[in-house]
Design a protein. Structure first.
Length: 255
């Protein structure tokens, strides 16, 4: 069982990732009662780390939103996305695209460079799908499934089965964290399952790991860094979390 401190730390991580958390979702996620979660939220609000609202909590000082905002990709993340898409080959036809803020940056760059739109992009991210559609990509496939309140991605058996039934030349996978020098993690276990399927059913896996994700115990492990063919990061390749891929056959790319 997760300790009180560990649970509260993960609540803050979920909040930072999604912009809003709900009492019911957190209670189900941690396997505790709603009252336990409300008590956690009161403690965290007293520390100034979040703001309680009806049914859950939002970041402090943000006001009440009717929808959960998707953060705009930062300049640094856009730079990583540009490096990642360089691995698309002239004969690439199928692309798997993960969810989350880093995946949105990849979607934005794909929208800039798609040219004749020869790719079919299969994504679990409704927000990424909208970015690609606005950019004019003609072949965008949403996996189907249910939208997770944790990751805001399409998850569940339908999503996993659709990915498993397809094959892509390249997958852009965006873990939420990297722990123990090699384990890649997902805040949402259901999103971890779709990432697992993307890795298994692609010829080339490009994992994009901003420096902020290194060493962060964000959720559950869904795979191993050794399963990546390429790691794109703005961290120093000599730092301990990245010494493992640098010493193996994984290509580590930095800005």
């Amino acid at each position: 069982m997760v300790s009180v401190r560990g649970r509260q730390t993960e609540i803050l991580a979920l909040l930072a990732h999604t912009g809003r958390v709900g009492v019911g979702m957190l209670a189900e996620h941690f396997g505790v009662t709603s009252e336990t979660i409300r008590r956690d939220l009161r403690v965290l609000e007293d520390r100034g780390q979040l703001q309680r609202v009806h049914g859950g909590a939002i970041p402090p000082g943000k006001g009440v939103h009717t929808t959960t905002p998707q953060p705009d990709p930062t300049t640094d993340v856009i730079a990583l996305a540009r490096l990642a898409v360089d691995f698309i080959q002239p004969d690439t036809r199928g692309i798997f695209l993960d969810s989350g803020p880093v995946a949105l940056a990849v979607a934005a760059v794909l929208g800039e460079i798609h040219g004749d739109g020869r790719w079919t992009v299969v994504t679990t991210s409704p927000a990424a799908g909208m970015i690609l559609a606005r950019a004019g990509l003609p072949r965008i496939t949403m996996t189907g499934g249910r939208v997770s309140r944790v990751s805001q991605s399409l998850t569940g058996r339908t999503a996993v089965e659709m990915i498993t039934a397809m094959r892509a030349e390249i997958a852009f996978v965006c873990p939420d964290g990297l722990v123990d020098a090699h384990s890649v993690t997902a805040l949402d276990p259901a999103a971890g399952a779709t990432r697992r399927a993307m890795i298994t059913n692609s010829s080339l896996t490009v994992m994009i790991l901003p420096a902020a994700s290194l060493g962060q115990p964000r959720g559950v492990t869904f795979g191993d860094l050794s399963e990546a063919d390429v790691v794109v990061t703005d961290a120093d390749p000599a730092t301990p979390p990245l010494m493992f891929p640098s010493a193996s056959n994984i290509q580590v790319v930095t800005p």
